[in-house]
Ligand binder design. Structure first.
Ligand code: NAD
Length: 261
C-alpha cells in the first residue's frame, strides 16, 4: 500500500481514481479547488508552489504515486486550458519529483486525451510549441476565444512529454505513463450536451464500444498503470476510448522506425 497524490480529486475521473485507490488500501492526498485535502488553484503560480509544499508535508516527503488529473475544457477560456492542463500539471509533476524518488516503486500517470488523434488537422507544431514555449507565450498564442486547438494540442504535448521524459525519469526509478481517455461522462462533458454545436460534434464521434466511458473505467486503467502489474510499462500512452482511436487510425501505431526496407 502506498501514498498517492491525485489532483482534480473532487470530481469525475480524479474522484473515481481516488475512490478506487482508497478501496485498494492506498492513502490518497487529494488536491482540488474545493473538497480536497489540499486546496488550491493550479492556474496560479503561487498556488502551485503552495500545493507542492502542502502535499510534500502531507506525505512526509515520500510519495509512491501521482495522478495529475485536474483539467478544464470548453467552455473554459483557452487561457485556463493552457495554464491548468499543461503548465499546472507539469508544475505539480516536477515539483513532487523529489518525493516520488523516495517512494516505493513510484509511478506517475498523466492524463492525455483521444482528442490528440481524432481532431482533424491538429497541427503537431502546436504541441511542440507547448513543449518548447513558456507559459505566457502559450497563453498569448491561444488568445482567440473560439479556437479548439489549445485543448487537444496541450494533451498531445502531455503525451509527447511523457514519452520524451520516460527514460530520464526511469533512471530515477519513476515510471511515467499516461492514459488517453475518450469521451467520459463527467462534470466536464455533461454541460456540453446543452451546447447545440458541441453536442452535434460529440454525437458524430464513432465509438465501437457504443457509449461514452465511465470515470471508473479510466480509474481502472490508472490503477493498473500505478500498480506492480505494470512494473514493465514505461513511457506509454494507453488509449481508453472505447475503440475510437483504433477505428480512425488502424495502422498509425505501432509505427516502425524510419529507414528500414
Ligand atoms: P471534471 O470537471 O469532472 O474534473 C476536473 C477536476 O479538476 C474538478 O474537480 C476541478 O475542480 C479540478 N480543477 C479544474 N481546474 C482546476 C484548477 N485550476 N486547480 C485545481 N483543480 C482544478 O473533469 P474530468 O472529465 O474528470 O477531467 C479530468 C481530466 O481528464 C482532465 O485533465 C481532462 O482534460 C481529462 N479528460 C477528460 C475527458 C472527458 O471526456 N471527461 C476526456 C479526455 C481527457
Amino acid at each position: 500500500m502506498g501514498t498517492i497524490c491525485v489532483t482534480g480529486s473532487a470530481s469525475g475521473i480524479g474522484a473515481a481514481t481516488k475512490q478506487r485507490l482508497e478501496a485498494e488500501g492506498h492513502r490518497v492526498i487529494g488536491v482540488d479547488m474545493r473538497n480536497a485535502d489540499v486546496i488550491g488553484d493550479l492556474s496560479k503560480a503561487d498556488d502551485r508552489r503552495r500545493i507542492v509544499e502542502e502535499v510534500t508535508v502531507a506525505c512526509g516527503g515520500v510519495l509512491d504515486g501521482l495522478v495529475p488529473c485536474a483539467g478544464v475544457s470548453t467552455p473554459a477560456p483557452n487561457e485556463l486550458v493552457v495554464r491548468v492542463n499543461y503548465f499546472g500539471t507539469l508544475a505539480v509533476v516536477e515539483g513532487l519529483r523529489g518525493c516520488l524518488e523516495k517512494g516505493s516503486n513510484p509511478a506517475v500517470v498523466m492524463i492525455s486525451s483521444n482528442s490528440t488523434t481524432m481532431t482533424p488537422g491538429l497541427p503537431v507544431e502546436e504541441a511542440m510549441a507547448y513543449l518548447n514555449g513558456d507559459e505566457e507565450s502559450l497563453v498569448a498564442r491561444h488568445t482567440a476565444p473560439h479556437t479548439f486547438v489549445a485543448y487537444p494540442a496541450g494533451k498531445l504535448a502531455i503525451a509527447f512529454w511523457v514519452r520524451s521524459q520516460a527514460a530520464a525519469w526511469m533512471a530515477s526509478g519513476i515510471r511515467l505513463n499516461a492514459v488517453a481517455p475518450g469521451v467520459i461522462d463527467t462534470g466536464m462533458t455533461r454541460p456540453l450536451l446543452d451546447m447545440p454545436g458541441v453536442k452535434d460534434s460529440l454525437d458524430m464521434i464513432p465509438i465501437p464500444r457504443g457509449r461514452w466511458g465511465k470515470p471508473e473505467e479510466i480509474a481502472g486503467a490508472i490503477h493498473f498503470l500505478l500498480s506492480a502489474d505494470a512494473s514493465y510499462v514505461v513511457g506509454q500512452v494507453l488509449f481508453v476510448d472505447g475503440g475510437t482511436d483504433a477505428l480512425l487510425q488502424p495502422t498509425a501505431h505501432p509505427h516502425p522506425l524510419p529507414g528500414g526496407r
